[in-house]
Write a protein that binds this ligand. Structure first.
Ligand SMILES: Cc1ncc(COP(=O)(O)O)c(C=O)c1O
Length: 365
């Protein structure tokens, strides 16, 4: 039996009881009509959570990184130009993958802990006229939420496609695929969707599908090939087999989406905002200070700088071993400088903060 840990790191978070129960329901065959109906309901509910009418909206079998790779491998051909916003680990990862795929990558760099300056970013898009513009909506390495103002319009003005990473924002903060003019987006189940890790919901606009159809070279991946995947997931090949989807994981996502839509997206965003504000209020007396300016904070994942002389690793270990609570360390260049505290999905509640504060008090004394 595994320890029952309160997961307040950068994800995964703790799924609800209902989601955990759904995972252990009897496994069905992936061609079974009962399962196909469940996949269709999952797609419909994902559209609501992504705030999109996009026909092509479904979960990729794999974690968030698989969703990132799926989008890039289907839309990049060698020599294509991509502009990538880099203000943390995950923007850097998009740039890295795009280079591996032979793209001409233009990185627009911003200080870690700050959002991209939209006007300056838009100037680059207009100057470079890339095929793809990629930006991280929720940078989990720094705790920054990116405003999308004006970006979709600029991307479409130059005839390109807008790609976003909303792994840590989907179902925790506003993600407005259609309103923002996003053409391709990917997320992950283990954050605010409150399902264990293992699926990456994606959505693609009709504009993106048209660009995909004009590819000159074959997609250099079989597992992630959009056309092949659609034969099963969209029924465009009469539901022909491509790979065996992780059936029980889809039960989990299906159950969670119902809970999310029952709660209401706006109410859920507000719950995440309230929990994050309460966390900052409660951590301030210990000498922690927010790493990100207020207007740019990612509510599901708060980053806090330490007080003087704070023993980062030792404190995290003690809180885990003595109180069964996980908090996240800094990632990449932020290692040893900040804590990343996730209040995601079901954990976005004052009771999570109270438990952490109590554990911190006891550990410090
Ligand atoms: C913003 C962001 N993008 C991509 C990923 C990659 O997702 P995964 O670790 O599920 O592969 C993560 C994971 O934390 C993330 O936070």
């Amino acid at each position: 039996m595994k320890s029952n840990v309160l997961l307040l790191g950068p994800g995964p978070c703790n799924p609800s009881q209902k989601v955990m129960e759904s995972l252990s329901e009897p496994t069905l065959g992936h061609m079974d009509s009962e399962f196909i109906n469940l996949v269709e309901e999952t797609k419909t509910n994902l559209r609501s959570v992504f705030r999109t009418q996009n026909r092509v909206t479904f979960p990729i079998s794999g974690t968030g990184s698989a969703g990132m790779e799926f989008l890039l491998v289907n839309f990049i051909e060698p020599g294509d130009k991509i502009v990538v916003a880099v203000n943390g680990v995950f923007g850097g990862r998009v740039a890295n993958l795009a280079k591996r795929m032979g793209a001409e990558v233009i990185e627009v760099v911003q200080d870690w802990g700050r959002a991209m300056d939209n006007e300056a970013f838009i100037d680059v898009i207009k100057r470079e006229e890339p095929k793809i513009t990629a930006i991280v909506n929720a940078e989990t390495s720094t705790g920054v939420y990116q405003s999308m103002e004006g970006i979709g319009e600029a991307v479409h003005e130059v005839g390109g496609l807008l790609m976003i990473d909303c792994v840590t924002s989907l179902a925790g903060m506003p993600v407005e695929i259609d309103r923002w003019g996003v053409d391709m987006a990917f997320s992950g189940t283990q954050k605010c969707l409150s399902v264990p890790p293992g699926l990456s919901p994606v959505t693609l606009s009709e504009r993106a599908i048209e660009v995909f159809k004009s590819r000159k070279s074959p997609v250099p991946s079989f597992y992630l090939d959009l056309e092949q995947l659609l034969m099963y997931v969209d029924g465009s090949g009469g539901r022909s087999y491509h790979h065996t989807p992780p059936v029980n994981m889809i039960y989990g996502l299906h159950a969670s989406l119902i809970e999310i839509l029952d709660e209401g997206l706006e109410a859920r965003w507000q719950r995440h905002a309230t929990a994050a504000a309460y966390l900052i209020e409660e951590m301030t007396p210990f000498g922690f200070t927010p790493f990100v300016p207020e207007a740019e904070r990612l509510n599901p994942l708060t980053t806090l700088s330490f007080p003087e002389g704070f023993k980062d690793a030792e404190m995290r270990q003690k809180i885990r071993s003595d109180h069964n609570i996980e908090v996240g360390a800094g990632l990449g260049p932020m290692a040893g400088k900040i804590w990343r505290i996730g209040l995601m999905g079901n954990n976005a509640a004052p009771s999570s903060v109270d438990q952490l504060v109590e554990a911190l008090k006891k550990t410090l004394s």
